[in-house]
Write a protein that binds this ligand. Structure first.
Ligand SMILES: [Zn+2]
Length: 334
């Protein structure tokens, strides 16, 4: 049985919206149709009706994709994450202390620790936070940012990172208030999230990669900026990435797509995944230990300056912030 909640738009309060897309996610055990609506007044995209908080939690528990990824792949990914977030602010902070909300298995914080930052992870999955602690020595609190801000931890941070997080949060205003409690005055908040104004939504409809059953809100840059300005932040930087109007899949991505679409039809997806993981573990993971992965990542970011120097930042959709994802760097002023 699916129980749902159907709230008015939390940004502008309007109860009037249009259905844009409906899509099935039976492979994720999502019940019924996942619906994306657009607010008539402010244009926010959101999932409604949506699962109750409890059902959402169960959905993560059953099949959250994020923690299935490999260390090697994740260390490659975080060099890009670093270039579009931390690389902008390295010289603009007084003290190198950073908290990451949704720190997952601790990859980015492991790199930042290596670069001399004092780090704190905040992560709802206990499996992931234990991994971060044992594998990388990254201190990680298990729970939400709300739990953390109410706990006995008295640390305040110069930088708070929320990468691929705010789109998952049922109450973004509560979330931002909790963030505010752990961010120092003049500190920086960096949000990275799928772009509700992405050009590719028009092109790909419900097949756009930002839509999945775990995402509730799809912000455009101006909506998120307005929320932050209201809370006493000034916007230092905002841009989009994934700025190519169409997808150009690499050969590896094409193979993966075929693999993922063919095998479920043959009824052997789970077995095949285990084999696939076993193979990639042997061929990729054993070659490099964690220390060398971190060293490699820090070499890559040392060679590059910021995201704005990459080809993607010069691509067509960058100018109007219409790429697949947005980044906002905001400074706390109040
Ligand atoms: Zn609205």
């Amino acid at each position: 049985m699916k129980s749902t909640v159907n709230n008015p738009c939390f940004v502008c309060g309007s109860a009037s919206s249009q259905l844009l897309f409906g899509r099935e996610y039976s492979a994720h055990y999502y019940p019924g149709t996942f619906a994306i609506r657009k607010c008539d007044k402010c244009g926010l995209l959101f999932n409604s009706p949506r699962l109750s908080d409890e059902e959402l939690f169960n959905l993560y528990d059953t099949n959250y994709y994020f923690f299935q990824r490999h260390d090697v792949d994740e260390f490659q990914r975080i060099t890009d994450v670093f270039l579009r977030t931390m690389s902008f602010i390295q010289n603009g902070v007084i003290e190198k202390s950073v908290a990451e909300i949704g720190s997952a298995k601790g990859y980015l914080l492991a790199l930042l620790k290596h670069l001399g930052w004092s780090v704190q992870g905040i992560e709802i999955s206990s499996d992931a936070s234990e991994y971060a602690i044992s594998k990388f020595g990254v201190p990680t609190f298990t729970g939400t940012i709300k739990d953390y801000s109410k706990s006995n931890h008295k640390d305040m941070f110069s930088v708070v990172l929320a990468i691929d997080v705010i789109e998952h949060v049922p109450n973004p205003i509560d979330f931002l208030h909790s963030v505010d409690k752990i961010l120092r005055n003049t500190g920086l908040l960096i949000i990275d999230t799928p772009n509700g104004s992405a050009h590719n939504i028009k092109l790909l409809g419900s097949n756009w990669k930002g839509f999945n059953p775990f995402h509730i809100y799809f912000f455009s840059s101006h909506i998120l900026q307005a929320l932050l300005i209201n809370m006493g932040y000034s916007i230092e930087n905002s841009f989009s990435y994934g700025n190519r109007p169409k997808y150009h899949l690499t050969y590896a991505e094409e193979c993966k797509k075929v693999f993922n679409s063919l095998l479920p039809r043959l009824g052997v997806l789970e077995q095949s995944k285990l084999v696939y993981r076993g193979v990639t573990n042997v061929t990729k993971y054993r070659k490099k230990d964690v220390e060398s992965l971190i060293r490699n990542a820090s070499e890559i970011i040392r060679k590059n300056s910021t995201y704005l120097d990459t080809d993607d930042a010069r691509d067509e959709l960058a100018k109007e912030i219409r790429g697949d994802n947005i980044v906002i760097i905001a400074r706390k002023t109040a």
